[in-house]
Design a protein around this ligand. Structure first.
Ligand code: CP
Length: 311
């Protein structure tokens, strides 16, 4: 079967069936990561550039590990180590990279729309690893894959609370697109100053009080306060934010019995989440990281081979 997409920019490019294919392929690659020798030759001869113009621990490392586990050659470029520092434009950097004939560029960039801008200009695949506040599709896929491991296929009727800095969060936007497609109801909880304009048109229920927002939810996804993207004056101070919007064990009393705690990372312990919840048995934070490798292996396999069935 043919995988029809050249680029992954956001979740809304994918059908329900294609998302199921990503999960099925990721299941197979989860098994590869549990073997003593964690390598298969499916992308032998393919090359992958990891072009990260913003910092990253999880996404960059997991794409690198994913590529290597599939036997692709991976090359890394960061803003500080590249000629972006000398004023070269994103377009010229990308055309320069393309002239070296990679099969895919995985791009993280501070500008919303950067991945789409490159995808329109390059022949190789472009995989969006986070662009500004717009989208982080592989994060949403790995989050849903992690929930699928916890819940099975039964997403319909579940409720997920996304808590924190929604305005600046590409993770929230991609997760809302994906989880609503899968039949999940979304609660959002945030100070009014950290809600995006136009949120009233989104398919979500907005709360300003954390205790009410937690009522009946099956999972809570805490988000990092993105201080680097915020204008001054959005928050009184971190202490007050933590008191009103930091997730504490007491908030879980009215949540569903098996409520799961998630965070895409990096976490600010004691700000958006208490340390005890980050490390609790109900926390899926490290499962999300493990899922990230398998889901990114699946994405690389699908986009670089353009086959949707594993041989
Ligand atoms: N979740 C996420 O994108 O983390 P990194 O910024 O460490 O890649």
């Amino acid at each position: 079967m043919h995988w029809k997409h050249k680029d992954l920019i956001d979740i809304d490019q994918l059908t329900h069936e294609e998302i199921a294919t990503v999960f099925t392929v990721a299941d197979r690659f989860m098994e590869v990561s549990s073997r003593p020798v964690k390598k298969v030759p499916v992308l032998k001869g393919k090359s992958l550039v990891l072009f990260f113009a913003e910092p990253s621990t999880r996404t960059k490392t997991s794409f690198d590990i994913a590529g290597k586990r599939l036997s692709a050659d991976t090359f890394s470029l960061t803003k500080t180590g590249s000629s972006l520092q000398k004023g070269e434009t994103l377009k010229d950097t990308a055309l320069t990279l393309q002239a070296m004939s990679p099969d895919a560029i995985v791009l993280r960039h501070q500008a919303s729309g950067a991945a789409s801008f490159l995808a329109r200009r390059l022949n190789c695949s472009v995989i969006n690893a986070g662009d500004g506040r717009h989208a982080h599709p592989t994060q949403a896929l790995l989050d849903a894959f992690t929930l699928r491991q916890a819940w099975g296929e039964a997403f319909q009727g579940k409720t997920v609370l996304i808590l924190g800095d929604i305005a600046h969060s590409r993770v929230a936007r991609s997760n809302i697109r994906l989880l609503t497609m899968l039949g999940v109801k979304i609660h959002l909880c945030s100070p009014r100053t950290l809600l995006p304009s136009g949120v009233h048109t989104w398919p979500v229920t907005v709360f300003n009080d954390l205790t009410s927002a937690c009522k009946g939810v099956d999972a809570i996804m805490c988000l990092r306060l993105q201080l680097e993207r915020q204008k001054a004056g959005l928050l009184p101070n971190l202490r007050e934010y933590a008191m009103n919007f930091g997730l504490q064990p007491a908030h879980l009393e009215k949540a569903a019995q098996n409520v799961r705690i998630m965070h895409p990372g990096p976490m600010n312990r004691g700000v958006e989440i208490s340390s005890s919840l980050a490390d609790a048995g109900s926390s899926l934070v490290l499962d999300q990281v493990a899922s990230g490798v398998a889901v990114r292996m699946a994405i690389l396999y699908l986009y670089l081979t353009r086959e949707s069935a594993l041989v």
